[in-house]
Design a protein around this ligand. Structure first.
Ligand SMILES: NC(=O)c1ccc[n+]([C@@H]2O[C@H](COP(=O)([O-])OP(=O)(O)OC[C@H]3O[C@@H](n4cnc5c(N)ncnc54)[C@H](OP(=O)(O)O)[C@@H]3O)[C@@H](O)[C@H]2O)c1
Length: 330
């Protein structure tokens, strides 16, 4: 029987990495689950897959991307355990909220260490054996925010953009040796990273950007309702691991695929306006001097007040007042 192909997945303790590790194990891969908490994680992975303790198709390796010594040790441990992996999926990530002006420099450093520097160092450690094997794939998990910089997530957007760019460079460098790179642009999935608990919050909700935070917060919460289960992301990863071209960039999920399509068609200025409209950012200059522009809903209310006859409005107001009084008494 043919040896199973080996895949290393970072951030396999939970979320998309955990779901992917489980799925790839079931698909017959040998899975090296790299994470900060390998002892706890391997137990959960064994429970989810039914793998036994002596099953060498499921291995956990310690990896903290913020610690260069841990990254070097992980590279060594992986080679000792499995030799040259066929694929490395750089999945681990963190998220943060805040405008450029609001975000702490320590947050930028942590973001780039997690998304760029740690993954580059791990890739450097594993490439010599992968190159010698003459086949394999580096998969980089990016985001819609890496395709187009989004407001209030600049450190995340910038780091994901950088991830995509070093992936493009790498693809040209390693293709002659028989290897390739796939950038997976993930859509919205139901994991901790999209929740308040899973996000470092540097927003100043009472500062000059308060109006923008208010609208973006409402729209963000609406988008979260569309989040798909992490297992759907694993479908896209399974396909990506069969990519044979030197470089591919794939959207995983309808929202990501749609954004990639718009990004191909629209000029950069058009993409700016699309982001602005989707996120409810007021037009250029409208907040000069501390102005507080109305939201779309508020504008609609003003329009309704103009066109609906006064007696009807008064009747609606009294009905609304009665209703809110009723709710208070309950
Ligand atoms: N979910 C989405 O909607 C979405 C959308 C676009 C892109 N993505 C990307 O998908 C990837 C996976 O995210 P997720 O949704 O699965 O989020 P998640 O549930 O929050 O999982 C994040 C993973 O990254 C790991 N991690 C964080 N910092 C680390 C470090 N210093 N060293 C090693 N591991 C570290 C975490 O490990 P611990 O358990 O030790 O904290 C965890 O396993 C990320 O790159 C994210 O940017 C997700």
């Amino acid at each position: 029987m043919a040896e199973p192909r080996t895949v290393v997945i970072t951030g396999a303790s939970r979320g998309l990495g955990f779901a992917s590790a489980v799925r790839l194990y079931r698909e017959g891969w040998r899975v090296v689950a790299a994470m900060r908490t390998p002892d706890k994680g391997i137990k959960l992975l064994r429970e989810a897959t039914g793998a036994g303790e002596d099953d060498d198709r499921l291995i956990a390796v310690g990896l903290d991307l913020l610690d260069p010594a841990s990254v070097a040790a992980a590279g060594k441990a992986i080679e000792e355990a499995v030799g040259a992996p066929y694929a490395v999926v750089h999945n681990a990530g963190i998220s943060a909220a805040g405008m450029v002006e609001e975000t702490d420099m320590a947050l930028w450093q942590k973001m780039f260490a997690t998304t760029v520097l740690g993954p580059v160092a791990l890739t450097q450690a594993l490439l010599p054996s992968m190159r010698a094997a003459g086949e394999g794939r580096i998969v980089l998990v990016s985001s819609e925010a890496g395709v187009r910089g989004q407001p209030a997530t600049a450190p995340y957007s910038a780091a994901k953009g950088a991830l995509e760019r070093w992936g493009e460079s790498l693809a040209c460098e390693i293709a002659p040796f028989g290897l390739g790179v796939t950038v997976l642009v993930a859509g919205t999935y139901d994991t901790e990273i999209i929740t308040d608990a899973g996000t470092t919050d540097d927003r100043d909700l009472a500062g000059p950007y308060a109006r923008l935070h208010q609208t973006m917060n409402t729209r963000g919460r609406f988008a979260m309702k569309m989040a798909r289960p992490p297992e759907r992301f694993a479908d896209g990863l399974v396909r990506a691991l069969d990519d044979a071209k030197p470089f591919r960039r794939r959207g995983v999920g309808p929202d990501a695929s749609m954004l990639l399509a718009f990004n191909r068609i629209l000029p950069a200025a058009g993409m700016h306006h699309l982001s602005r409209i989707v996120l409810g950012i007021p037009r250029q200059g409208s907040m000069r001097g501390g102005a507080w522009p109305l939201t779309t809903v508020q504008k609609a209310m003003v329009l309704v007040a103009r066109v609906v006859p006064q007696p009807v409005l008064r009747r609606l107001q009294s009905l609304a007042a009665k209703r809110s009084k009723g709710n208070e008494e309950l």
